[in-house]
Design a protein around this ligand. Structure first.
Ligand code: PEP
Ligand code: MG
Length: 328
């Protein structure tokens, strides 16, 4: 079994009809890059940088310095040996609180989290952007902005990136001047107004965990409503389909980095919809790759189209089962 897994690790994820799927890993700390490579990831599709900021002790908020962040990002970049590392900027708040004070917030998931927090704390944001840019001199880095909903959030983020670049240039510090910048589609408003974003961005990445939370209005951390958390709700499937279509039209890449990307029961549906990049926890990569190797995208089309036209949950489930058991 070990030998088979090793062979699988070196095999590229290509469907039977020759479509290449880019399989990437999600990481939380730089050390996780080792497991990502071990599992055969083509790169890191989501580095959740907030884990460097969380769980730091003391009463006062203690943030990692620019140099600390730089070392952490650089470690991940070097470990991936030239493969892309997509570093998501600080996504704190809600289910990832930075300190205890956040427990008093009325509605944290809808509060000051992710890019909203960063734009309110430009010094923290700038420090992180400088650290990411400095790490980009050591490999292939992309910047990913979480939780966008408004055009000005992209404009302001790009302005901050430009400012960080100008500072580093003045200080004679190296960085990748052509670094690509993308945004996470995880607020329904963003998925419903993609033309507002695609021209300003180099790529998109869908955060299905939050997209489901906000679309279905169920707190992803609240067990009382966990039974309502449905990734195959027609609203979710429509939003995914809209996003992949808009990205195709704008000729920019789109990935999925939320939980749906690593769910092997959904692999055929997602690649049938047109997704070519999936980022997931490293441990799930072999299973998803195996499914891709056993799939012919062309022959999935009728069932995928049926699911996308369907608003009956029972029929969607039934068709998904057919999709999973369909031959090659
Ligand atoms: C998501 O929302 O799907 C996502 C990938 O981001 P996180 O789970 O870190 O919020
Ligand atoms: Mg998210």
């Amino acid at each position: 079994a070990r030998k088979k897994l090793n062979r699988l690790k070196k095999t590229q994820a290509v469907t039977l009809d020759g479509v290449e799927i880019n399989l990437l890993a999600n990481i939380e700390l730089p050390q996780d890059a080792v497991a990502a490579l071990e599992a055969g990831a083509n790169g890191v599709g989501l580095f959740r940088s907030e884990f460097l900021f969380m769980g730091r002790t003391g009463q006062e908020l203690q943030l990692p310095t620019e140099d600390e962040q730089f070392s952490a990002y650089k470690e991940a970049v070097l470990a991936m040996k030239g493969r892309t590392v997509t570093i998501r900027t600080l996504d704190v708040g809600a289910d990832k609180p930075m300190d205890a004070s956040e427990h008093n917030i009325l509605n944290p998931a809808m509060g000051l989290r992710a890019i909203r927090y960063c734009l309110k704390e430009p010094q923290i944001f700038l420090t992180q952007l400088r650290a990411i840019l400095r790490a980009s001199a050591f490999g292939h880095v992309h910047i990913l902005i979480p939780m966008i909903a408004h055009a000005f959030e992209i404009d302001q983020s790009l302005a901050m990136i430009a400012q960080a670049k100008a500072e580093l240039t003045a200080e004679d510090k190296k960085f990748d001047a052509n670094i690509l910048v993308g945004a996470m589609i995880e607020v329904p408003a963003a998925a419903l107004s993609l033309p507002m974003f695609v021209k300003k961005l180099d790529f998109l990445s869908i955060g299905t965990n939050d997209l489901i939370q906000y679309t279905l209005a169920i707190d992803r951390a609240d067990h009382e409503v966990a039974h309502l958390y449905s990734d195959t709700h027609p609203a979710i499937l429509q939003l995914l389909h809209m996003t992949v279509s808009a990205a195709e039209k704008a000729a920019i890449p789109v990935a999925i980095c939320g939980g749906m990307a690593g769910d092997v029961r959904l692999t055929r549906l997602l690649i049938g919809m047109g997704f070519r990049e999936l980022s997931m926890p490293a441990a799930l990569l072999p299973e998803v790759k195996q499914e891709i190797l056993n799939t012919r995208i062309e022959s999935l089309q009728p069932l995928v189209k049926k699911i996308l036209r369907c608003y009956d949950p029972a029929v969607i489930q039934d068709t998904l089962t057919q999709l999973a058991s369909a031959g090659k």
